[in-house]
Write a protein that binds this ligand. Sequence first.
Ligand SMILES: Nc1ncnc2c1ncn2[C@@H]1O[C@H](COP(=O)(O)OP(=O)(O)O)[C@@H](O)[C@H]1O
Ligand SMILES: [Mg+2]
Length: 309
Amino acid sequence: MHTDQAAGLRAMQKKPAGSTSNPTAAAAKKTAPEKVGDPPSGKPVRVIAVTSGKGGVGKTNVSVNLGVALSAKGNRVLLMDADMGLANVDIMLGLSPQYNLSHVLDGQKSLREVIVEGPGGLKVIPAASGVKRMAELSALENAGIVHAFSELANDLDVLIVDTAAGIASSVATFCQAAQEVVVVVCDEPASLTDAYALIKVLNRDYQLNHFRVLANMAQSEQHGRKLFLKLATVTERFLDNVQLEYLGTVPFDPALKEAVQKQVPVTLYNPTSVSAGAFRQIAEQVNRWPVPQGATGYIQFFVENLFQG
Ligand SMILES: Nc1ncnc2c1ncn2[C@@H]1O[C@H](COP(=O)(O)OP(=O)(O)O)[C@@H](O)[C@H]1O
Ligand SMILES: [Mg+2]
């Protein structure tokens, strides 16, 4: 029984990225926009939502440092702060933005005007209390913001969305609209059980079936892989068509804590630290993910889905 499961997990991990055990559901979710009219303009942009079941597991650090590392590899990266909690991206980066997305929704500012330059080439859309409002926009407002985002597409390779923790519908909407969902876990019972609960809801109510798992604050790579296997074993046992893929491990690192205090991403504050090395490795992996195909690869898809959610 146990060996069977292990074999199942291994087989699961060998599947190419983006493959799914339920292609029909995935196709239904992902191809919808292709049916309507012309293909989107602009160029494909990789949209990655970073989420977790429980707060405080390192989502913002993952978003920021993955962003910096991807940027160092030549990607043009935009980081959207979609968490209205306390430890915001702007605090983590020592920025004090004047405007945010709600000013765009109010028509006071253009999207370009609210974007701030972060360190390491990162561009940032600051957190907005308006994020929740997005689902309630009129068709006209909707079209405006989709247009605003698609104008950005030509200057962008990757959009990273730092979400709040848990099963709030806004979190689910961001995850559903993104092409890739990274679930951050750490070695605390609540982190794993809450991650499982989140995956279950995203699968059952939002038809998501592919997740990448990042183990943070682990003692070692081996420890991180163990955490992944714990989650994957339960997921495989109880959720039929969910595929989890191991993305990587970021070790517990005092240098990262210090970097947070200094409001500088650890990848810039201490590039030789173990966590910075781990983030670079993970960025290398992300660079190898298949290029988004079809309409899902376009930022319009992300934004349209966001507003319809
Ligand atoms: N790899 C790590 N090593 C050491 N401490 C970490 C690590 N990742 C996160 N932390 C600590 O956890 C805190 C919360 O991280 P944060 O990225 O804000 O989590 P979240 O966005 O999930 O709430 C950080 O301020 C830092 O002190
Ligand atoms: Mg956070």
